[in-house]
Ligand binder design. Sequence first.
Ligand SMILES: Cc1cc2nc3c(=O)[nH]c(=O)nc-3n(C[C@H](O)[C@H](O)[C@H](O)COP(=O)(O)OP(=O)(O)OC[C@H]3O[C@@H](n4cnc5c(N)ncnc54)[C@H](O)[C@@H]3O)c2cc1C
Length: 468
Amino acid sequence: MSILIRFSGKRIAQPFKSVICSSRLISQDQKNPLDTNKNSNPQHYDIIIAGGGLVGTALACGIAKNKVLSEKRVLLLEGAPPFKGFSGGQYGNRVSAINNCSIELFKSIGAWNRISSVRYKPVKQMQVWDASSDALISFNHDNFSEDVACIIENDLMLDAIYGQLESTKNVTILNKSMVSSVELRMGGNTKNIVCLKNGDSMSCDLLIGADGANSIVRKEMGVDVFALNYERMGLVATLELVDPGDNSVAWQRFIPTGPVAYLPLNDTMSSLVWSTTPNDAKRLAALAPNEFVDAVNEAFWKDFPKNDIVTNALGALNSIMGSNNLANRQYPPKVKSVVEGSRACFPLGFLHASSYVSTGVALIGDAAHRIHPLAGQGVNLGFSDVTNLIKVLSDAVYAGAEIGDKHHLVQYEQSSLIKNVPLMIGVHGLQRLYSTTFFPVVLLRSLGLQLTQNIPGIKDIFLKRAIA
Ligand SMILES: Cc1cc2nc3c(=O)[nH]c(=O)nc-3n(C[C@H](O)[C@H](O)[C@H](O)COP(=O)(O)OP(=O)(O)OC[C@H]3O[C@@H](n4cnc5c(N)ncnc54)[C@H](O)[C@@H]3O)c2cc1C
């Protein structure tokens, strides 16, 4: 595992050839406002959002839908070509476990109707177990009365948010618009200047860095960053199951190379996230489909070596607590096939910026924090940033403050840190705890997991943290 503290603040060269193209709000026959303002007199916006991923797009929509902020002129800059929309049909291989707070955000910006009318899969229970021992934990609400999470395709979320942005007046979206550098207000300027790769520039009072884990905005802020490369890849794939059924359980097994998880998509399909070494991920991605299916089934079903001391200690703990782990265990569905072309690999890492804000600038989503997907929380934390930031900005503007005022932005930082830091430390700790088969660690984690499973109060705390 490599550790990096403090990025130097200098940018990595971008191989992308950027061309300003029209967005939804700037049609081909309209004059692009940027053309008349090249460099000398940059077009001014109240807010520029750098990065139109799930988090940046949700923020643009949330600002436009907020009564106090809706008159603010917003520019959303995205380096990639225009989003092609969600076509339905085959399930996408990028899906997320979405918690209640994020669903509330979707409802507040009007995006939930589209998502819920197309498709999503409620998860009623999560079962997590250790391949190196008999320890297991399951999360569900009493009598399965509420969902633990919902599995939603990333493209459908983006489509639903874009659908809402179409009806807003004050948001301009520019695709193929890679931010190459920024001059920040915190450096003494009266406004932020944002320069694009093609030489165009624009200015704003508030610049939001929603440009992901390699954020240029964060680098220009010069904040310290604590970053770890887990030297693991997340292999994703869409799987077809042998037996159709209710399929409302999310399964995660910690095997020696890392966690492997199925997230349910419908009665017959699940989405795989398999965290493993880069070489193993490459090997798995290249296997013939039937060999890959065998490898997935083996990862969930194979008996890995267990230490007798751990097995006996767990047995003793369970008999003291009156629980029978093996009897409570449920077994995951077997996989029949993998959808062609659905396998893809993503690097996994941990990152946390020491500060999310300064005068006229704020970071949200993966630009501020990035975590391992084992708890399915990364984009949920980003959506929680969006909710916090919209509240702080709207309170500030309502009180007559200037939109980039640092005193107000600090409130956003504080409310986000309170939520993000404990969760990030917890997820990172789990990643470390489960990345070894060293028997004393296996013993401790197995006893810990079993105690958590058997003491409802502790388990409820974990469940509340994950879904709220
Ligand atoms: C395998 C895997 C599974 C995951 N599963 C889950 C899950 O179940 N639940 C969950 O909550 N999270 C999950 N996550 C995490 C989640 O995907 C991320 O946290 C989330 O996508 C971050 O969104 P973002 O918008 O902040 O950043 P990004 O998705 O990185 O978006 C950044 C955007 O900015 C653009 N951009 C970058 N640089 C520039 C620039 N210079 N100029 C202009 N535009 C730029 C990019 O093109 C991109 O569109 C998972 C992650 C992985 C890898």
